[in-house]
Write a protein that binds this ligand. Structure first.
Ligand SMILES: [Zn+2]
Length: 207
C-alpha cells in the first residue's frame, strides 16, 4: 500500500489541482464538530475514496461524499448527522438570478438557505421570478462574489440593478469557478502554513 508514492517521496510534492483544495476545504467544514478527521485530501467527492479517523481512533476509507452528507464512523457511529443538519452547518442554500416581467433590464439577486423546491414553492421574492439558480455552500460568500461579478460589490442595499441579462447570466456561469478558486486559495494557504509548521517542528526535533 502506498509503495508507488514512497518511491517518489524524495521529490517535492507536485501542486494539487485547484478542485482538490476546494473539495478538501468543503469536507473539513462538513466535519466540524463531528469528531471525525479527514486524513489527507479529497481528490474526488463521489468517485474516489479518502481516509477518515474518528476521535476514538477508528480509521476507515470510503467515498468522501457519504461522510460529507452525514455518515458517521462505521465502528462507533460517532459524527453521524442528517443531510439537513449538514446543510445548516455549512450554511448551504441557493443563490438566484431574478427577473421581473414589468422591469425589463433590471435584475435582482436572491439568496435563501433552503432547498430549491421549497424556494420555488414559497416564492420569497414575490413577483421577481427565478431566471437562474445555483446550489451553493456558504451562501454569504456566494452572494459577495456574485455582486462582485456583476460590478456592484457589497455592501449596498441589494436593490434591483440595471444590467444586461446576458451579462448577468455570464456572471452566474462564472460564479461556480470563482467560488471554487476562492475556497481553494484559502485552503492552499492553510495547508502550506501547516506544512511549514510541521517542517519547523521537525527541524527543532532534529536540532
Ligand atoms: Zn469510531
Amino acid at each position: 500500500m502506498g509503495g508507488e508514492l514512497n518511491l517518489r517521496s524524495e521529490q517535492p510534492p507536485a501542486p494539487l489541482p485547484e478542485w482538490v483544495y476546494a473539495y478538501t476545504a468543503s469536507m473539513k467544514r462538513r466535519l466540524e464538530g463531528r469528531d471525525i478527521t479527514l486524513l489527507g485530501y479529497v481528490k474526488s467527492m463521489r468517485s474516489g475514496k479518502s481516509n477518515f479517523r474518528c476521535s476514538k481512533g477508528h480509521q476507515w476509507r470510503t467515498t468522501p461524499w457519504l461522510v460529507a452528507e452525514g455518515e458517521g464512523c462505521p465502528e462507533c457511529g460517532i459524527g453521524k448527522r442528517t443531510p439537513e443538519e449538514i446543510r445548516k452547518m455549512i450554511n448551504a442554500g441557493i443563490i438566484c438570478l431574478l427577473t421581473h416581467p414589468d422591469k425589463p433590464g433590471f435584475i435582482k439577486i436572491g439568496v435563501e438557505t433552503a432547498m430549491p423546491e421549497d424556494v420555488y414553492r414559497e416564492k420569497p421574492w414575490g413577483d421577481w421570478e427565478i431566471h437562474r439558480y445555483r446550489n451553493v455552500e456558504e451562501t454569504v460568500l456566494a452572494e459577495t462574489l456574485i455582486w462582485e461579478l456583476l460590478g456592484h460589490p457589497l455592501p449596498h442595499d441589494r436593490e434591483p440593478v440595471r444590467i444586461g441579462l446576458d451579462m448577468a447570466e455570464e456572471a452566474f456561469r462564472r460564479l461556480h469557478y470563482v467560488i471554487q478558486e476562492k475556497i481553494a486559495f484559502e485552503e492552499r494557504r492553510i495547508s502550506s502554513e501547516n506544512r511549514s509548521h510541521e517542517t519547523s517542528d521537525a527541524k527543532r526535533k532534529n536540532a
